[in-house]
Design a protein around this ligand. Structure first.
Ligand code: NDP
Ligand code: HSE
Length: 437
C-alpha cells in the first residue's frame, strides 16, 4: 500500500457531507481499489459553527480558509462542492496550475468558463474531472469523453433537471397548474427556496453546454445555449399535449447540423417540448434524469438514473476521486480537453424545430384558408390540422395545427402573424414538438 492520497474538500453541504460519509464508510474498499488510502487533509466551509450532525470527521479539519487549504503541500486532490462562479473559479485555477488534480460538481462554473479550468489543468499537469456536474449519479460524461471517442455523436437529447421534471410529471399526472406543482415540489424538498435556476432553465442550460462541448469536441458555453424555462407551461398546454397522446418535458437538445454555406455547426437549446408518450424520455418521471445519445455507429443509447441529491451526486464525485487518485499514483493524467472541432454554434432561429399551435378562431368560411396562407407565406409546411368547437359556447372553433420541421425563426414569425389576424381570437398554446407525432 502506497502513502495516502490527500484530499482538500471544498464545501460540506448536501453533496460534501455525503462525500465525507462515503469516504468514511468505504475507506478500506477505496484504498484497495486505488492502491493507497484516501485521507481528508481539510474541509473548507463558510460557517465553522454550523451544526453538521453526526458527520464522521474530526472537527479540527474544518477551516474557512479555502485558498490556504488548497495551497498546502500535503494536498494532492481538490474536491470542489461549493458551487457558483467565484470564488470557486479562482480556487480551482490556483489548484490546477499548482499541479493538483481537481474533481468538481460545479456545472455553473464549467459552463461559464470551463476553458479556463481545462487550460489550467494542462499548465499544471493534473486531472480535471466533473462527472457529477451533469445528471448526478448517472455515468454520462465518462462515456462521452472516453467510451464514445471512436464514434461520431450526432445528437444528445436529455432531461437533465430533476426539479422541473418533477413539476411537469405532476402537471401531467394530476392536471395541476405550474404554481400548484411548484408548491408540491417545494414541500417535498425538490425545489429550492429560490427555484429560479431550475424553473427558468439556467441549470439545464449549463448542463447542455457541458454535454455539447464533450459530444461535439467544441467549447460551448452557457451563453451559447438558447434557454426557455417552464414557467409559461399551463395546465391547458398539458391537457392539449395529452389529447395528442403526448406529454411535455423540459428538454436539453444538442445537435449537429449544417448552415446555409454547408459548414458543420451545432445547435444547443433548452426549452419545454411536447413528446409522444411512446418516446423513451416520456416515461422518465418524478425527479429522475435521462439522456438519449445518438451516434453514427453506436446508434441510440439511453442513460437513466438519479440526477440530484447528496448520495447520488457523491457517488459520481467519488468515482472521479478514485480515477484521479489512481492517475496520480501511476504518474499519468487523463487525456486533455478535446475541443479540436471548434464547431460554431448556430443561432436558435436557424435550428430546425416543429411547432404544435392551438388557436381559438372565428368559425366561418375562409378561416382555414387564411390561417393556412400565413403558414405558406413563411414557407412552413403543415403536417396535421384538427378542428373542434371552442367549448366557450360562443360559436368559435379551436384549430390545432402541427407543422413539419422548419427553421425556428420561420415558425416564430408564423405565430406572430397569426396573433395579428382578426379571425384569430387568441393563440391558446404554442409548443415545440420533438420525436415523431
Ligand atoms: P450546498 O449549498 O448544500 O453546500 C455548499 C457548501 O459550500 C456548504 O458546505 C458551504 O458552507 C460551502 N461554502 C459556501 N460558500 C463558501 C465559501 N465562500 N468558502 C467555503 N465554503 C463555502 O450545495 P450542494 O452540496 O447542494 O451543491 C454543491 C455543488 O454540487 C454545486 O456546484 C451544485 O451545483 C452541485 N450539484 C449539486 C447537486 C445536488 O443535488 N445538491 C447535484 C449535482 C451537482 P457551510 O456548510 O458552512 O454553509
Ligand atoms: N437543481 C438540480 C436539479 C440539482 O433539480 O436537477 C441537480 O443538478
Amino acid at each position: 500500500m502506497k502513502s495516502p492520497v490527500r484530499l482538500a474538500l471544498l464545501g460540506c453541504g448536501t453533496v460534501g457531507a455525503e462525500v465525507v460519509r462515503l469516504l468514511n464508510e468505504q475507506s478500506a474498499d477505496l484504498a484497495a481499489r486505488i492502491g493507497a488510502p484516501l485521507e481528508i487533509a481539510g474541509i473548507a466551509v463558510r460557517r465553522l459553527g454550523r451544526d453538521r450532525g453526526d458527520l464522521p470527521v474530526d472537527p479540527a479539519l474544518f477551516t474557512t480558509d479555502a485558498l490556504g487549504l488548497i495551497k498546502r503541500d500535503d494536498v494532492d486532490v481538490v474536491v470542489e462542492v461549493v458551487g457558483g462562479i467565484e470564488p470557486a473559479r479562482g480556487w480551482l485555477v490556483e489548484a490546477l496550475r499548482a499541479g493538483k488534480s481537481v474533481v468538481t460538481a460545479n456545472k455553473a462554473l464549467l459552463a461559464e468558463d470551463g476553458g479556463a479550468l481545462h487550460d489550467a489543468a494542462v499548465e499544471g499537469g493534473g486531472d480535471l474531472y466533473y462527472e457529477a456536474s451533469v445528471a448526478g449519479a448517472i455515468p454520462l460524461l465518462r462515456p462521452l469523453r472516453e467510451s464514445l471517442h471512436g464514434d461520431r455523436i450526432t445528437r444528445v437529447t436529455g432531461i437533465v433537471n430533476g426539479t422541473t421534471n418533477f413539476i411537469l410529471s405532476a402537471m401531467h399526472a394530476t392536471g395541476a397548474g405550474f404554481a400548484e406543482a411548484l408548491e408540491e415540489a417545494t414541500e417535498l424538498g425538490y425545489a429550492e427556496a429560490d427555484p429560479t435556476a431550475d424553473v427558468e432553465g439556467f441549470d439545464a442550460a449549463a448542463k447542455a453546454a457541458i454535454l455539447a462541448s464533450l459530444a461535439f469536441h467544441s467549447r460551448v458555453g452557457a451563453a451559447d445555449v438558447h434557454r426557455e424555462g417552464i414557467t409559461e407551461v399551463t395546465a391547458a398546454d398539458m391537457a392539449s399535449a395529452k389529447a395528442m397522446g403526448c406529454t411535455i418535458k423540459l428538454l436539453c437538445i444538442a445537435a449537429r447540423g449544417t448552415d446555409a454555406q454547408g459548414r458543420e455547426t451545432v445547435s444547443v437549446r433548452v426549452h419545454p417540448a411536447m413528446i409522444p408518450l411512446t418516446h423513451p424520455l416520456a416515461s422518465v418521471g418524478d425527479a429522475f434524469n435521462a439522456v438519449f445519445v445518438e451516434a453514427d455507429a453506436a446508434g441510440q443509447l439511453m442513460f437513466y438514473g438519479r440526477g440530484a441529491g447528496g448520495a447520488p451526486t457523491a457517488s459520481a464525485v467519488l468515482g472521479d476521486v478514485v480515477a484521479v487518485a489512481r492517475n496520480r499514483l501511476a504518474g499519468v493524467r487523463s487525456a486533455s480537453e478535446s475541443a479540436y472541432a471548434a464547431l460554431p454554434v448556430r443561432p436558435m432561429g436557424e435550428a430546425l424545430t416543429r411547432y404544435h399551435i392551438s388557436l381559438d378562431v372565428a368559425d366561418r368560411p375562409g378561416v382555414l384558408e387564411a390561417v393556412a396562407g400565413v403558414f405558406a407565406r413563411h414557407d412552413v409546411s403543415i403536417a396535421t390540422v384538427r378542428q373542434g368547437p371552442s367549448g366557450g359556447g360562443n360559436g368559435d372553433a379551436v384549430l390545432v395545427i402541427v407543422t413539419h420541421v422548419a427553421p425556428d425563426a420561420a415558425l416564430a414569425a408564423t405565430v406572430s402573424e397569426l396573433r395579428g389576424l382578426d379571425i384569430v381570437r387568441s393563440v391558446a398554446s404554442v409548443l415545440r414538438v420533438e420525436g415523431g407525432l
